[in-house]
Design a protein around this ligand. Structure first.
Ligand code: ADP
Ligand code: MG
Length: 235
């Protein structure tokens, strides 16, 4: 092939890189995670699925930096997590990562809108009110904008956590079982909005779930039961 016609394509950039990685909970004799290698592509939607107990939430918490103490390499958005302190993790997460976790991390006595504005403030980002209203209405929680988080149902709180993550236009969104508390219609609305906003903002989305209803809507799927050598039944 003549040199001039050769296509030069750079390798796909990974948002998350894991190599020779393991993690054990304190006082646990066994590793919960042992992953030889895993790459999560940037600007794509990835689903990490697997049986209950295979380590999905543990892995996501380590990627978020809310859980620390792994061995081996874990790099997120090009930053090596080795040796990072808790305040460094908090700052990095506030600036770069939107988390939609099972425990939600909403402030219960603040209203929906106050929770979203606080998230933006912590990230040092300005509030785009029309955008926030549009996200709230797409997730069908606009009627609750002035309701305190503690008065919302499980599913509504989960959608507020999603709205907060989307409003901040983060480079990376991590979601733990985001559709588990939602019915079919709200699950579809949630994923429609998540994927649309992610595409518009070139956001990397990582969802962990045992819910395989929407598996084929993701660009990339990883079976953690197979990849995690510490999980029962791992290949
Ligand atoms: P999944 O999200 O895939 O259901 P988890 O990451 O929650 O799995 O759990 C993986 C394993 O780690 C399970 O065996 C679970 O019991 C254990 N585990 C989870 N959290 C803790 C903890 N805080 N301390 C000790 N073990 C834990
Ligand atoms: Mg879990």
């Amino acid at each position: 092939m003549p040199r001039s016609s050769r296509r030069i394509s750079s390798p796909p950039v990974a948002a998350i890189e894991i190599d020779d990685f393991s993690f054990a909970y304190a006082r646990s004799a066994q590793d919960t995670l042992a992953i030889p290698t895993m790459k999560i592509p940037a600007k794509k939607n990835t689903l990490i699925f697997g049986d209950s107990g295979c380590g999905k939430s543990t892995l996501l918490s380590l990627i978020a930096g809310v859980l620390t103490g792994h061995r081996g390499n874990l790099s997120v958005l090009g930053v090596d997590y080795a040796g990072m302190s808790a305040p460094q993790h908090d700052l990095f997460r506030a600036k770069n990562i939107g988390v939609i976790f099972q425990q939600f991390n909403l402030i219960s006595y603040l209203t929906v809108i106050e929770n979203i504005l606080l998230g933006l403030k912590l990230a040092g980002k300005t509030a785009d009110y029309p955008r926030i209203e549009s996200i709230l209405s797409h997730l069908q929680i606009d009627a609750f904008r002035n309701t305190r988080a503690r008065f919302l149902s499980h599913g509504q709180q989960q959608r507020v956590a999603a709205a907060r993550a989307l409003a901040a236009r983060n480079s990376l969104i991590l979601a733990d079982e985001p559709t588990s508390a939602l019915d079919d219609t709200n699950s579809r609305l949630f994923l429609d909005l998540l994927f649309r906003e992610a595409a518009a903002n070139e956001t990397t989305v990582v969802v962990v779930s045992h819910d395989l209803r929407y598996k084929n809507r993701f660009d990339h799927q990883i079976d953690l039961t197979r990849v995690n050598r510490a999980a029962r039944g791992a290949a």
